[in-house]
Design a protein around this ligand. Sequence first.
Ligand SMILES: Nc1ncnc2c1ncn2[C@@H]1O[C@H](COP(=O)(O)OP(=O)(O)OP(=O)(O)O)[C@@H](O)[C@H]1O
Ligand SMILES: [Mg+2]
Length: 397
Amino acid sequence: MARNPEVVTVDPDLGSRAETKRAVQIAHFTVVGEGGYGVEAVTVAKERPSDVFLVSVEEPVALALQTIESLADVAPGIPTIVYSSLADAQSVRRAMVAGARDYLVKPLKPEDLSRAVYGVLEQEEKKRLRADGQGTEASARGTVITVFGAKGGIGKTTISTNLAVTLAKMTGANVCLLDMDTRFGDVAIMMDVAVESSIADVARKIEEIDRDKIRDYLVKHHSGVSILPAPLHPTEWRNMTPQHIERIVELLAQTHDYVVVDTPGTFNELIAATLELANLILLVTSMDIASIKDTALALEMLRAAGVSEDKVKLMINHSTAANSLREEDVSRVLEYDVFWRIPHDLSVSSSTQLGQPIVVAKPYARVSRSIIELAHALTGTRQEKRGFLDRVLGRSA
Ligand SMILES: Nc1ncnc2c1ncn2[C@@H]1O[C@H](COP(=O)(O)OP(=O)(O)OP(=O)(O)O)[C@@H](O)[C@H]1O
Ligand SMILES: [Mg+2]
């Protein structure tokens, strides 16, 4: 969903309704209608279509539960989330039986509300796809890993290219690398492949592109990774919309086991779409103060956008040798666990100059080992180290 979700709140207590409205606004949703129980709620729901109903349930609960049932009758595709000061299992069960899809206990926290709203909307979308007969397509979706960072030059492209190559070589999986760097788009250069067509060409033909046709636009790297390059001229991004990106990422995910997405050090609505579609966001930071500050803002922005924290993994990349901060301080300042650390390694830039990912050029280098271990951690594969590195070197065949 490109726009912010719209909600209708149903709460007969005006004070509680105002509090709910505040939480809804902090979570960046829009209240498009409000009312009390019964006929009032049903009338508002009919007058103004919305994405979610937020219904207060307090003692005596009968009218509230009847209202949830009536809303499900008049607007069957719109999920209801209940909020209540009643935290006992019996109250939760009764609300769920009446048709509530999630249950939040007061005081309503914007982050919980955000998680609940996006959660039920995602379930609703899956239900809709199944009903449209696209259920198998939806379940056969590969993993989308978006490599994101709040700043330029911190190693996002280094990580995305090397991770894609490692996943392809290590697991034999179908891996696609999508260059979403809306400024410079240097994946093709780093991988030394010729750009014949780009994501902009796919976007131009979006109406006729399907799972087969999109393959014609991909460039095959010798590692097995399929690359969808960025356009050669950044101006070509201008005609692309979040809907184009959603369709393209979905098609790539339906045809690949992994889609690794490289992003720029800036944020725009196209990047927002890739973050929304990602199963995993690798949030890269380098070890300088400016990067940490920008990473704090990025984390805040992801939280406000309702991106689940389970999905966001913080990575420190020692892209420079300078080390004015300690890793523990980074975790403490950001109030976030560090998921992965990539050491500084001078051989990164020499392999980049050669147009070779370091995991191919120097598989035993410190950075290569770290990225290979990262791929293990992400895929949950456990193999004897020696054999694994041999496979990456292509010696196992
Ligand atoms: N772990 C590392 N050790 C040494 N050098 C590194 C490391 N990671 C990245 N670099 C170097 O840092 C520079 C920037 O890396 P890269 O281009 O991957 O960053 P980026 O975040 O993609 O930048 P941009 O936002 O401009 O696209 C490159 O010269 C790369 O060789
Ligand atoms: Mg880059």
